[in-house]
Design a protein around this ligand. Structure first.
Ligand SMILES: [Zn+2]
Length: 389
């Protein structure tokens, strides 16, 4: 084993308590996406932490969303590497009771303990260990979003764009999202987009002069059937997941709105889906209705890029060298910020955070012993990347 790698691994081995204590601190600052100030408190905590590590820092603030936090080491001769994740969780404050970081043997339970605060600690300690070992071949960037769990809707999509912008010069990106059992990594994910479709018709008395009415609900019904008929579970899938409209059985409804969730494997499929929905709204089938479509959340599809396989091979070899099985590169239905990175053509591996089960549920828990392991895999991969990668 080379000297840098050995020194960095030794650093991780001798700092396990410190890693768990940082983990505990940031899980104890509960941070649901909608609580801008709570997310800000974690960002402030990490800002102080990264300042003490001698890193440069920047906070991107938003009116409704918690901030995106970024920290980076000094410039270097080879292209930078970014380690990314998020600070927000899906859990309202207090969901896990008075003790949000509960340890039981190797298992720790808590809000965001798995998704993805354990991964945040792994990212920070990968950087710490590499710095301590005297590594400076590449600049290392840490980028953490504050509204990942709401598809960056609170920052009007800005949270996603920051990833795209700030990783554009990187050789590779590691997303410390929720790890998978066995340590498999994600190289492909579906994208997801949400649209709200509103329809206006004309109200009328349903008994006295129903012929004067124009039913917005009927128009919605015809559109929904047309939309759901387009679903192809191996490609683009549509889900009309919420509908509201109308006032009562005695009134022809003049208004209806419904929400369409679209999931797709490629960004070309997204373009097709958007064009299809636009076309549908421009040509209502119930005469004299008017339709309007508004986007309400967006993740591109995470598609493999030219160097994804090469990056995966380096990561797999790093695992083998550590005496671990070579992880598979897998596909997932759920979205993540890796998609913004991949869309810019940068190779990215996702699901490199701690391992556990039950994300987004009250059973969310992580394996403490997976923290140093996942951290070391990233360190070994960074050190093994060829200079011209
Ligand atoms: Zn999540």
């Amino acid at each position: 084993m080379n000297r840098l790698l050995q020194t960095a691994f030794d650093y991780i081995d001798s700092h396990q308590d410190a890693m768990v204590s940082l983990w505990k601190n940031i899980v104890s600052i509960e941070s649901p996406s909608a609580d801008r100030q709570a997310v800000g408190r974690i960002a402030a905590h990490l800002d102080t932490y990264c300042d003490a590590m001698g890193m440069n820092r920047k906070m991107f603030s938003f009116e409704k969303a918690g901030p995106t936090f970024m920290a980076w080491t000094g410039p270097a001769k080879c292209k930078p590497i970014a380690l990314i994740g998020h600070m927000d969780t899906v859990h309202p404050v207090g969901s896990f009771g008075p003790e949000p970081f509960l340890v039981n043997g190797d298992i720790v339970t808590g809000p965001g303990v798995l998704d993805c605060k354990g991964g945040v600690v792994a990212a920070i300690y990968a950087i710490r260990a590499l710095k301590a070992a005297g590594y400076h071949d590449r600049q290392l960037k840490l980028i953490l979003s504050g509204d990942e769990e709401v598809a960056h809707a609170l920052s009007s999509g800005e949270g996603g764009k920051i990833f795209e912008r700030e990783t554009a010069d990187c050789a590779a990106v590691f997303n410390c999202e929720t790890g998978m059992p066995g340590g498999d990594v994600t190289i492909r994910r579906k994208g997801g987009a949400v649209f709200v479709i509103e329809i206006e018709g004309r109200a009328a008395h349903a008994g006295k002069e129903p012929q004067k009415g124009i039913s917005a609900i009927r128009q919605a019904a015809e559109m929904i059937l047309a939309i759901e008929k387009k679903t192809d579970f191996s490609g683009t899938a549509y889900n009309c997941g919420r509908i509201e409209g109308g006032k009562g059985a005695n009134i022809v409804p003049d208004y209806c709105r419904f929400t369409v969730g679209v999931r797709y494997w490629t960004n070309a499929q997204y373009e097709e889906a958007e064009a299809f929905l636009c076309e549908l709204c421009e040509h209502p089938t119930v005469a004299q209705t008017r339709c309007r479509m508004t986007p309400n959340g967006f993740y591109p599809a995470m598609e493999p890029v030219e160097k994804t396989d090469q990056l995966l091979a380096v990561y797999q070899q790093a695992c083998l060298d550590m005496g671990l099985p070579a992880p598979n590169g897998t596909c997932q239905g759920g979205c993540s910020d890796s998609a913004f990175v991949a869309r810019a053509g940068i190779p990215v591996l996702c699901s490199l955070g701690v391992m556990g089960e039950g994300p987004h549920t009250l059973q969310e828990h992580a394996e403490i012993s997976s923290l140093p392991v996942q951290c070391k895999k990233m360190i070994a991969t960074i050190l093994a990347l060829p200079e011209d990668f």
